[in-house]
Write a protein that binds this ligand. Structure first.
Ligand code: NAP
Length: 339
C-alpha cells in the first residue's frame, strides 16, 4: 500500500510493551508506518530507535508532538501520565492509542474524551485482547445462545511480579497509577462488561497490600449486573500466572484459556460445555497487537468509529473507581448509571 494510504505513528517513551509487542506489530502492519520514538532521555531514544528500526528519535515527548508529519501517537507511559500526554497529543492534532487503563480516574478519562471531541481526533484504549479471534468467538457463541442465558462470569488475571526483579516497576507505586487492579484487573472488568454488554450497578472489593509497596498487590471483586447477573474476579501480583475466564449460563458454560496476552504464536483454547458434553475449540494464533494497530489506522484513514469506545473506557474507569472505594471503606459501592 502506498504512503498515502498508511498512517504515520510515533511512540512516547521507550516502554517494554512497545519493544516486546507493539513495535513488531507496527512492522507487520500494512496500513501503518512507525516513524518516530521519543524518550525523556535523548541517548535512550536514539538507541531504542536504532535497535527497533525507527527512523527518528526525539529527546522529549514535546518534540515528537511537534512533528507535523506524525498523525497518530501510541502512549505506553506509566498510568499516571496517560491523561496529561494523551491530552497534549490530541491538542497537537494527533490521534491517540493509549495503553490500558485509559487513566487513573473517571474524571481524567472524561477530560481525555473531551479533548478527543474538541480536537476531532480519535482516542482509543489499548485493549488488544478485544481484537483476538478468541474474544470474538466467545461473543459470537453467547449471541447464538450456546450456553443459554449467561448469568455468571468468573475471571482471573495474575502474575508473580513479586518474584521478578522489578522493585522499581511503576506497577508497585500508587502515585504512578500502579496496582493489580489497574494493571490486570482492568481486563477482567472489561471482559465482564463486554460479554454481558452491560454495566454493573454495585461492586464489592477487598485488596491486599505488600509491606514494601504502596500500590495494592491483589484484589478480589464481585460486580453485580442488572437482570440477576454477576461477575467475580481476582487480580494479583502475588500469584502465579493465570489468564482465564468462564461464562456460565443455564444451559452450559464456556471456559476461555490463555486469554488477554497469550504470547506470540500460542494457539488459544475455548472449552464449550453443553448438555453434559464438553468440546474443545482451538483458535489459531493471531497477533492481536497487529489487529489493534491495523484497526485504528484503518479507522483513521476511513474516518470510521473504532470498536473500543468512550462508553467502554469510561465504564471501566467508573468500575475501577468504585472498586477502589469499596476496598477502602470495606463495603459494597453503588455505581450511578450513564456515561
Ligand atoms: N496491552 C498490553 O498487553 C500491555 C502490557 C504491558 C503493559 N501495558 C501498559 O503499557 C504501559 C507501559 O507499561 P510497561 O510495563 O511497558 O512500562 P515500562 O517498561 O515501565 O515503560 C514506561 C516508559 O514510560 C516512560 N516514563 C516516563 N515517565 C516515567 C516514570 N516516571 N517512570 C517510569 N517510566 C516513565 C519511560 O520511557 P522514557 O524514559 O524513555 O521516556 C518508560 O520506558 C502501562 O500503561 C501498562 O498498563 C499494556
Amino acid at each position: 500500500m502506498d504512503a498515502e494510504n498508511r498512517v504515520r505513528w510515533g511512540i512516547l517513551g521507550t516502554a517494554k510493551i512497545a519493544a516486546d509487542r507493539i513495535i513488531p506489530a507496527f512492522h507487520e502492519s500494512t496500513v501503518s508506518d512507525l516513524v518516530a520514538v521519543a524518550s525523556r532521555n535523548e541517548d535512550r531514544a536514539g538507541k531504542f530507535a536504532e535497535e527497533h528500526g525507527i527512523s527518528r528519535a526525539y529527546g522529549s515527548y514535546e518534540e515528537l508532538l511537534g512533528d507535523a508529519s506524525i498523525a497518530a501517537v501510541y502512549i505506553p507511559l506509566p498510568n499516571h501520565l496517560h491523561c496529561e500526554w494523551a491530552i497534549r497529543a490530541m491538542e497537537a492534532g494527533k490521534h491517540v492509542l493509549c495503553e490500558k487503563p485509559l487513566s487513573t480516574s473517571t474524571d481524567n478519562g472524561i477530560a481525555m474524551f473531551e479533548a478527543s471531541e474538541e480536537n476531532k481526533v480519535l482516542l482509543v484504549e489499548g485493549f488488544m485482547y478485544r481484537f483476538h479471534p478468541q474474544t470474538r468467538r466467545v461473543k459470537e457463541l453467547l449471541a447464538q445462545g450456546t450456553i443459554g442465558t449467561p448469568r455468571l462470569i468468573r475471571a482471573a488475571h495474575s502474575f508473580p511480579l513479586i518474584l521478578q526483579d522489578r522493585d522499581d516497576d511503576f506497577r508497585w507505586r500508587a502515585e504512578l497509577g500502579g496496582g493489580s487492579l489497574a494493571d490486570v484487573g482492568v481486563y477482567c472488568v472489561d471482559t465482564a462488561r463486554h460479554l454481558f454488554s452491560a454495566d454493573p450497578t454495585n461492586v464489592f472489593a477487598q485488596s491486599k497490600y505488600h509491606p514494601d509497596h504502596s500500590a495494592e498487590a491483589e484484589t478480589r471483586a464481585i460486580l453485580t449486573f442488572p437482570n440477576d447477573r454477576v461477575a467475580i474476579f481476582d487480580s494479583s501480583f502475588l500469584l502465579t500466572g493465570r489468564r482465564e475466564y468462564e461464562v456460565v449460563g443455564d444451559k452450559g458454560r464456556i471456559t476461555a484459556f490463555h486469554t488477554y496476552n497469550p504470547g506470540r504464536g500460542v494457539d488459544v483454547r475455548i472449552e464449550i460445555e453443553r448438555d453434559g458434553e464438553k468440546k474443545l475449540e482451538r483458535i489459531e494464533a493471531e497477533n492481536e497487537y497487529r489487529l489493534e494497530i491495523d484497526h485504528l489506522s484503518t479507522c483513521i484513514l476511513r474516518n470510521e468509529r473504532p470498536i473500543i469506545t468512550r462508553e467502554d473506557s469510561i465504564g471501566n474507569l467508573r468500575v475501577l473507581d468504585a472498586l477502589r472505594e469499596s476496598a477502602r471503606v470495606g463495603a459494597p459501592v453503588e455505581i450511578a448509571v450513564a456515561n
